[in-house]
Design a protein around this ligand. Sequence first.
Ligand code: ADP
Length: 203
Amino acid sequence: MLRIGLTGGIGSGKSTVAALLAARGAVVVDADRIAREVVEPGTPGLAAVVGSFGPGVLTADGALDRAALASIVFADPEARARLDGIVHPLVRARAQEVVAGAAADAVVVQDVPLLVETGQAGQYDLVLVVEADLETRVARLLLRGLTEEDARARIAAQATDEQRRAVADVVLDNSGAPDALAAQVERLWAERVVPALGERDGS
Ligand code: ADP
C-alpha cells in the first residue's frame, strides 16, 4: 500500500486532483465526506455534538443544523476547539478503518484539508500539496456559491502556502487550465507513485 496525503487550501483543487487519482485506480478517502457521515442522525458523533452544544444545533427533523453550528464556532475559538475535539477523532478512526480495508497493493489517497494545521504529514508516504493563486481560488469559490467575504475569510483561517510547501513532497500547480493539472497528475503517477509502489512490493 502507498499512502498519499493530499492537501491544499480551500478552492485549490484537492477534490479535482482526488478525482484524477481515483480515475487511475487510487482509493480515495475523503475527510470532508467522512466528517459529514460521523454526525449523521443516529450516530454517537451527533449525540456528542448535541450533548456539547445543545439541541439548538438540530434541525426540526433531527439532523445537524450546519448553519447554526457554524455560526457558533465561527465566532468562538473555544467552541471550535470543542467541536474539533469531538469530530476529528471520529473522522480519523473512520478513515483508518477505510485504509485498513484497502488492498495491500492499493494507492490510498487521503484528502485532508487541514493536514498541515493538524500536524498529520508524517502519516503518509507522499504528501501532495495543490496550489492555486489566491485570486484564482477566490474566483472558483465564488462560482461554487460562496460569497467573496466568506471565501477570503476561509482562506485566511487556513495555513499559508509556505506552511504547506514546507511539508510537501510534491507541489501541484492548479492556477492554470484543468488539462495542465491533469498532465501534472499523469507525471506524478508515472514518476512518483508507480516507482514507490514497486519499491514497496519488492520489500
Ligand atoms: P478543493 O477541493 O481544494 O476545495 P476543488 O477541487 O473543489 O477544490 O476546486 C474548486 C472549484 O474550482 C471547483 O468548482 C472545481 O471544479 C474548480 N476547478 C478546479 N480546478 C480548476 C481549473 N484548473 N480550472 C477551472 N476550475 C477549476
